[in-house]
Ligand binder design. Structure first.
Ligand code: UD2
Ligand code: MN
Length: 576
C-alpha cells in the first residue's frame, strides 16, 4: 500500500479493551479498507505504515527506538511494527493498576493497533523459501478464559491478516466459561460485524473445564485438515502457517512446532533473537526449559526442521485425524499443565515425529497466570504430571520424579487404564527408547553406571550439587549440605567414565591447580573421563588431577590419596 497514494488509516483501528467507547475505535481492518484492497489483506499482505513515519512522530521521546510513549496527547501510532508502549503522565498509574490485576499491561494492548505489523523474526534465508499453493487447510483452535479483549482480538486479526485465506479454514475460539461480560454477547457481536461468519466462530463451554478439555472440544468441532492449537494472546509472524502445513503434507505423522517469540508483558514489544532458536527440554521435575540444538540436529540447511524433545503446548499443528488416532489429549487432566509433555512423549513413542520449524514464528505474551486454579496450581500440575508418568514412564524413571516431588507418589489421579490401553493399541515404544534417542541430555542416573546417587565428600560431608542449573552452557560445580534429592544432588559415574549430573557432565576446562571444575553438556561438550579409586579419589584422566574440596567449593588439585578432602563416596555402587 505504501506509495500508492491511497493510504488507508488502519492504525486508528484500536480497541479500548472494554467495548464501550466513542465508537470510532471499534472500526476494524476490513471495515476501514477500500473494498478492492480487502482481498489482498485477507490474503496475507501486511498493511502498515512506514518506519519513517514513526521517526517523524513528535511523541517519540523514550530515547529507545523500540519503545513508544503514550501520554495524554499521544493517541496515535503507538506500538506499530511490534514496538512496545510505555505510559507517561497520568496514564502511568492507571496502567500499572490494571497490570497488577492481569499480569499484562492491558492498557498498552488497548492503544496498540489491533492489526499492527510485527517485524519479520525468521531465520535469514526463510524469506527465500516458497511453499506449495496446494497445502492442507487448517483450523486454529484457541481456548480462552477471561482474556483481555484487545489481546484476544489482536490474536485473531494477526491470524486473519497474515494467513493465506485459502489455507485458513476457520478459527474456533473456545470460551472456557469466562466471567468477563465483554467476552459474551459483545464479543459475538463484534466478530459478527467485522469478520466473515464462517471464518471466526465462538464455542462456549457450559462450565470451566480448563484449556486441555477446551482444546478437545475445539478439535471435535473442527473441519480443517489440520488443527493448530493457540493461546489467546499471540501474534503470528510472516508466513507462519505454510511451513507447518508443508511438513504435515509430506508426512501426516509429523507434528511441527513454531518458534515462539516473546511479546513483552510490560510493553507488548515483540521481541526475538534473530538466528537463535530454542529447543525445549525438561528435567525430572517435569518443568520444561529452553535449551540449544546440537549440531547434529541442524540441517541439511539451517531452515530445515529440527527434532524436538519437548513442546511448549501451544504453537503446534497436527493432522486432525491423526490427533484422534493418537488419542487426542488425556481429558482426565485438569485445567492447565502437563499435557505438553505427555503429548511430546506420545508423539515420539507411538510412531510420530515432533519437529521445530525455524521458519514459522509466533509471538506469545509470557506472563504469570492471572486466573485462579480451583485446586491450587501446584496440586493441579502434580495431578496432571502423575497421570502422564503413570502411562509412559518405566518404574526407574518414576522414582526420579517422586524423589523430587514426593507428594506425587501417594496422589490418587484416578483411572488411567484407557490411556494404557491406547498405548497398547498403538504399540508404542518404551520410555527408555525416548531417553536414549530423543532426550539423551537428561541423565537416567542408574543406567549404564559404575556408581550413582549423591556424591558425598568425606572431609566436608557435603554433597556435590549442580544448583539446579538447567541451560547447557558451562557452569560451576558446587558442594552443599546433603539433601540427597537427585535433581540438584544426583550424580553418576557412567561406565564410559563420564561424571554426570542431571543435565551436564563434570569437566575440567583449564588444567591448573586450584581450577574449578565445570559443568558442561555431556554430548557436545569435552566428555572428560574420570576414574574412581579404591580410596575414593576421583581422578580426572587426561590431567591426572583429582577432585578436591575447598571451603569455597570443589577444585582440582594434584592427587594425594591421604587427603580426606579428595575422598568422595557415591550413595550407590553397582557391583561389576
Ligand atoms: C503454556 C502453553 C499452553 C499450555 C500451558 C500448559 C504456550 C505458548 N502456552 O501456557 O499452550 O500448554 O502452558 O498447559 O505454549 N485457559 C483456559 N482455561 C483455563 C486456563 C487457561 O482456556 O482454565 C487458556 C488461556 O486463556 C490461554 C491458554 O489456555 O489462552 C493457556 O494458558 P496461559 O496462557 O495462561 O498459560 P501459559 O502461556 O503458561
Ligand atoms: Mn499463554
Amino acid at each position: 500500500l505504501e506509495g500508492e497514494g491511497e493510504k488507508v488509516d488502519l492504525v486508528r483501528n484500536r480497541h479500548q479493551g472494554r467495548y464501550h467507547n466513542n465508537g470510532t475505535n471499534h472500526r476494524a481492518t476490513l471495515d476501514l479498507m477500500p473494498k478492492h484492497l480487502r482481498e489482498i489483506a485477507i490474503g496475507g499482505l501486511p498493511v502498515t505504515i512506514t518506519a519513517e513515519e514513526f521517526r517523524k512522530h513528535p511523541k517519540m521521546k523514550t530515547g529507545n527506538p523500540l519503545i513508544d510513549t503514550y501520554g495524554e496527547n499521544d493517541a496515535f501510532l503507538s506500538g506499530e511494527r511490534g514496538r512496545g508502549v510505555t505510559f507517561v503522565d497520568k496514564e502511568k498509574e492507571a496502567a500499572m493498576t490494571l497490570q497488577r490485576e492481569f499480569n499484562i499491561n492491558v492498557m498498552a494492548s488497548d492503544v496498540i493497533p489491533l492489526n499492527r505489523m510485527v517485524p519479520d523474526s525468521r531465520l535469514d534465508g526463510c524469506e527465500k523459501l516458497t511453499y506449495d499453493h496446494d497445502l492442507p487447510t487448517a483450523t486454529v483452535v484457541l481456548p480462552f478464559y477471561n482474556e483481555w479483549p484487545s489481546l484476544l482480538l489482536r490474536t485473531v486479526y494477526s491470524l486473519v491478516n497474515r494467513t493465506p485465506r485459502h489455507l485458513l479454514w476457520e478459527i474456533l475460539l473456545i470460551d472456557d466459561c469466562s466471567t468477563m461480560a465483554e467476552l459474551g454477547k459483545p464479543l459475538d457481536q463484534y466478530l459478527q460485524d467485522f469478520f466473515p461468519r464462517d471464518l471466526v466462530r465462538v464455542l462456549r463451554m457450559p462450565k470451566r473445564e480448563g484449556l486441555i478439555r477446551a482444546r478437545m472440544e475445539g478439535w471435535k468441532k473442527s473441519n480443517g485438515d489440520v488443527v493448530v492449537f493457540f493461546d489467546s494472546h499471540m501474534e503470528v509472524n510472516i508466513d507462519w502457517l505454510q511451513p507447518l502445513l508443508t511438513e504435515i503434507k509430506k508426512d501426516r505423522r509429523t507434528v511441527p512446532m513454531s518458534v515462539l517469540d516473546y511479546i513483552n508483558q510490560d510493553t507488548l514489544e515483540y521481541r526475538f533473537n534473530r538466528g537463535y532458536l530454542n529447543r525445549y527440554g525438561f528435567d525430572w521435575r517435569l518443568v520444561f526449559f529452553e535449551t540449544f540444538f546440537r549440531d547434529d540436529q541442524i540441517g541439511p540447511t539451517p531452515q530445515s526442521p529440527r527434532p524436538g524433545a519437548m513442546m511448549v503446548g501451544a504453537a503446534f499443528a497436527i493432522d486432525r485425524k491423526y490427533f484422534g488416532e493418537l488419542g487426542g489429549y488425556d481429558t482426565g487432566m485438569k485445567v492447565w499443565g502437563g499435557e505438553n509433555l505427555e503429548m511430546a512423549w506420545r508423539v515420539w513413542l507411538c510412531g510420530g515425529r515432533l519437529v521445530h520449524l525455524p521458519c514459522s514464528h509466533l509471538g506469545h505474551v509470557a506472563r504469570a497466570q492471572p486466573y485462579i486454579f480451583p485446586e491450587g496450581r501446584r496440586n493441579i500440575e502434580m495431578f496432571n504430571y502423575k497421570r502422564a508418568i503413570l502411562v509412559w514412564m518405566e518404574d526407574q524413571h518414576k522414582e526420579f520424579v517422586y524423589n523430587y516431588s514426593p507428594e506425587m507418589k501417594g496422589l490418587d489421579v484416578g483411572d488411567v487404564s484407557d490411556r494404557l490401553a491406547l498405548k497398547e493399541k498403538l504399540q508404542c515404544r518404551n520410555f527408555t527408547w525416548y531417553m536414549d534417542n530423543v532426550w539423551p541430555e537428561l541423565s537416567v542416573y542408574n543406567q549404564d553406571v559404575q556408581a550413582w546417587g549423591s556424591l558425598v565428600n568425606k572431609a566436608s560431608e557435603k554433597c556435590a550439587d549442580n544448583h539446579g542449573y538447567l541451560f547447557q552452557a558451562p557452569a560451576d560445580l558446587y558442594t552443599d549440605s546433603c539433601h540427597f534429592l537427585y535433581n540438584t544432588q544426583g550424580f553418576s559415574l557412567a561406565k564410559s567414565g563420564l561424571l554426570r549430573t542431571t543435565l551436564q557432565c563434570v569437566v575440567v576446562k583449564e588444567v591448573i591447580i586450584g581450577g574449578r571444575p565445570k559443568l558442561e553438556d555431556c554430548i557436545t561438550g569435552p566428555r572428560d573421563q574420570w576414574n574412581h579409586t579404591k580410596e575414593g579419589s576421583l581422578v580426572h584422566l587426561s590431567s591426572k588431577m583429582c577432585l578436591d574440596e575447598d571451603p569455597n567449593g570443589p577444585v582440582m588439585r594434584s592427587c594425594d590419596r591421604n587427603r580426606t578432602s579428595q575422598h568422595w563416596k557415591f550413595t550407590h555402587y553397582v557391583t561389576r
